[in-house]
Design a protein around this ligand. Structure first.
Ligand code: HEC
Ligand SMILES: [Cu+2]
Length: 345
């Protein structure tokens, strides 16, 4: 009776797991569909260990069942079987086989670990290897392109087919930088600099996540890696470096006033152009983002709700709320934020 109850309890749960894993597959937030040399390597090792484990299980269970059948007590077996102690040949066999299996796992694991830790510039692109400083904040990501002289928030653009070097930092608590389709996860730790390189085989948008419990909105600390062909990437860099033009539209201009120091003071935390601050994500290309704050669909309704009361949408985040903004002001502010796009130039 009890067993049946337990089964019924677990059934919906296991169905849920099926559904959830299905969702993850769709958004490429998965290590099982590798899209770069590093993630491919990790995936191959997962398969290798799976094969080794399958081999061990099959052999062990086969021997187990054979022995169970062959040597079980049969009718008429009154005497104890002959008692033996020690068998050198057997003992050597079952020591040597696991050693061989461990070597099969260890050799590629160790060489691969060094390969993944190798943060030397890409030999193929030499001096032009892209280096990006990543800083994890509660609960957003800052990407400094220091050599290029600008900052990006929430979305990191990289060239396709090149090893890109990431220098990992944290501002407040520990976070972990993870783009499952491209590679392994590495922690960002306050006061410590970690390194990671990633490479994307094909252009596309790859979802990333903070993989270290870092506070109430940890689960919403999402980001994106956007991989572009080299010429498009260079164009994006040039657009990010360019002087931000004043909006031509009157409404957006009014929004720009509100955004500034004489208005609501958003500019104190949000850079538009240049290298920015550590207080909030740079909004230089906010108009190009698909989502707000890492996860909210970037439409006017969500944007207004976010600006009025960010805490209700992302618990514990560091943006103050602005409930005083009137509907007209909000319209202007949104028009300005929408004008912040570098892709339309
Ligand atoms: C005290 C600093 C601070 C001020 C002032 C501030 N913000 Fe923010 N803002 C933040 C932080 C921090 C985040 C990131 C929140 C998160 O995702 O955890 C953020 C996120 C945002 C985002 C989402 C950005 C993205 O790419 O996901 C928008 C849009 C935004 N703020 C607009 C504004 C506007 C408009 C104002 C002025 C009315 C403003 N902010 C004032 C700190 C601030
Ligand atoms: Cu985090």
């Amino acid at each position: 009776m009890k067993l049946r109850k337990t089964v019924w309890r677990f059934l919906p749960l296991s169905l849920l797991v099926f559904l959830l894993t299905g969702c993850l597959g769709e958004t490429n937030l998965t290590a099982l569909d590798p899209k770069g040399p590093q993630s491919q390597w990790i995936f191959d090792k997962m398969l290798l260990s799976l094969y080794v484990m399958a081999f061990v299980s099959i052999v062990v269970f086969a021997i187990f069942f054979i022995i169970l059948a062959k040597y079980r007590r049969k009718p008429g077996d009154d005497e104890l079987p002959k008692q033996v102690h020690g068998n050198t040949a057997l003992e050597i066999t079952w020591t040597v086989i696991p050693i061989i299996l461990l070597i099969i796992l260890a050799v590629p694991t160790i060489t691969g670990t060094f390969m993944m830790a190798d943060d030397e510039p890409d030999p193929e692109v030499g001096e032009n290897t892209v280096e990006i400083k990543v800083t994890g904040h509660q609960f957003w990501w800052q990407f400094d392109y220091e050599d290029e002289g600008f900052t990006a928030g929430q979305e990191v653009y990289i060239p396709v087919g090149e090893k890109v070097l990431f220098e990992l930092h944290a501002q407040d608590v520990m976070h972990s930088f993870w783009v499952p389709a491209l590679g392994g996860k590495v922690d960002t730790i306050p006061g410590i600099t970690n390194h990671l390189w990633l490479e994307a085989d094909e252009p596309g948008t790859y979802k990333g996540k903070c993989a270290e419990l870092c506070g109430p909105a940890h689960a919403l600390m999402d980001f994106k890696v956007i991989a572009l062909e080299r010429p498009e990437y260079d164009q994006w860099v040039a657009n990010m470096q360019a002087e931000v033009e004043e909006p031509t539209d009157a409404l957006a201009q009014q929004g720009r006033e509100l955004f500034g120091a004489d208005g609501l003071g958003c500019i104190g935390c949000h850079a538009v152009g240049g290298t920015g601050t550590a207080a909030g994500p740079a909004l230089t290309n906010f108009g190009d983002r698909e989502v707000i704050a890492g996860y909210l669909e970037n439409d006017d309704e969500h944007l207004a709700a976010w600006i009025r009361d960010p805490a209700s949408l992302k618990q514990g985040n560091n943006m103050p709320s602005f409930p005083q903004i009137s509907d007209e002001e909000m319209e202007a502010l949104i028009a300005y934020l929408r004008s912040l796009s570098v892709n339309e130039q």
